[in-house]
Design a protein around this ligand. Structure first.
Ligand code: ATP
Length: 319
């Protein structure tokens, strides 16, 4: 089915006969595959009698060769998939199979893209990037401190490189434009953090997505912000270079070397918020973060520090 899509991706008309000949199948088999493409991948295909078939819009697919050529200093092997349950899940399986880190998993779509605490990450075909970078960490708890916040900064800077100036961060690892979510980050760890472990750095960025009714909070995409389509291969390369820079700085100086820059980009600095942990809620004012990336809140006039993967921040209505 995807071979057929690759023939159509130029956005021009192709006759059923030419497509059938190229794939060595009948015209009715082509017709069936086109219907599958529409139903499964949500693509829109024009069918015009006498002219053939045409994708409603040309498609640029992920191209590991182009990504590596654009970011040759990131020579991470790339495992690229047309469709996968989740790039993080595939990265964890690849670690299990013995794939040597660092390496990168990319997919055109995720059928079970995931966010924190089992939440879903909406991942339509060929519109966004679904990206998991795997690193091996040798006995360095310090290398894990504040890591997801560092990744947030790298994602934010990659988006700024493309001209999205209003992008900022929300503790712990949301990337927002105003109140709208443009990217999500999910770090997963396997192994012993005190000895040898692997960290999977999962990043989803809304790139060319213009419509979905599946996301249950305010969201945006690069295309919606900039008014033009973005080359995803260029973005993957830029993200790789940014991650390399920020992970390098983190490795050398620890999180405290990055703390001030993170705070400068925190959209909710000084704001009145509620911190949600399961069913409990703490109201306070955001003071910033500490040298390990934990949140500092002023609660009833006293500074308190919070950390952990189960915490969520919400703006208070009166803020
Ligand atoms: P918190 O505010 O608790 O940090 P979150 O709502 O940002 O959490 P994440 O786990 O980071 O949660 O991301 C999952 C959530 O993101 C989903 O529950 C959904 O609301 C939203 N979401 C899912 N897919 C997308 C997408 N493609 N773009 C923007 N937001 C999405």
């Amino acid at each position: 089915m995807l071979t057929l899509l690759k023939l159509l991706k130029d956005g021009r008309f192709h006759s059923g006969q030419a497509l059938g000949m190229a794939l060595g199948i009948s015209r009715s088999a082509i017709w069936k595959q086109l219907q599958h493409l529409e139903a499964e991948l949500g693509l829109s295909i024009h069918k015009v009698r006498g002219r053939g078939y045409q994708l409603a819009a040309p498609l640029t697919l992920l191209d590991p060769g182009e990504i590596t050529a654009r970011a040759y200093s990131c020579d991470w092997p790339i495992l690229a998939f047309d469709s996968i349950d989740s790039t993080n899940a595939e990265a964890l399986r690849a670690i299990e199979r013995g794939q040597a880190a660092p390496f990168l998993v990319l997919a055109e779509r995720q059928t079970s893209g995931r966010g924190r605490r089992g939440r879903k990450w909406v991942s339509p075909f060929a519109e966004n990037i679904y990206y998991s970078l795997v690193l091996r960490i040798d006995g360095g708890m310090r290398q894990l401190e504040g890591l997801s916040l560092v990744v947030g900064l790298a994602v934010m800077q990659a988006l700024r490189e493309f001209g999205i100036s209003g992008v900022g961060l929300k503790w712990p690892n949301d990337v927002l434009v105003g109140q709208k979510k443009i990217a999500g980050i999910l770090l997963e760890l396997v192994g012993d953090p005190a000895d040898v472990c692997h960290v999977v750095i999962g990043v989803g960025i809304n790139v060319n997505m213009q419509m979905t009714d599946e996301v249950d909070q305010q969201w945006t995409s690069m295309r919606l912000e900039l008014g033009e389509a973005i080359d995803r291969n260029h973005l993957v390369a830029t993200l790789g270079l940014m991650l390399q820079t920020y992970l390098g700085r983190h490795q050398v100086g620890g999180f405290s070397a990055i703390q001030a820059e993170w705070e400068q980009n925190h959209l909710w600095q000084g704001r009145a918020v509620s911190l949600i942990a399961g069913v409990s809620q703490i109201d306070g004012e955001v003071l910033g973060i500490d040298g390990q990336g934990a949140l500092r809140l002023k609660v009833d006039g006293v500074e308190k520090v919070f950390n952990g993967g189960e915490l969520s921040l919400r703006l208070r209505d009166d803020s």
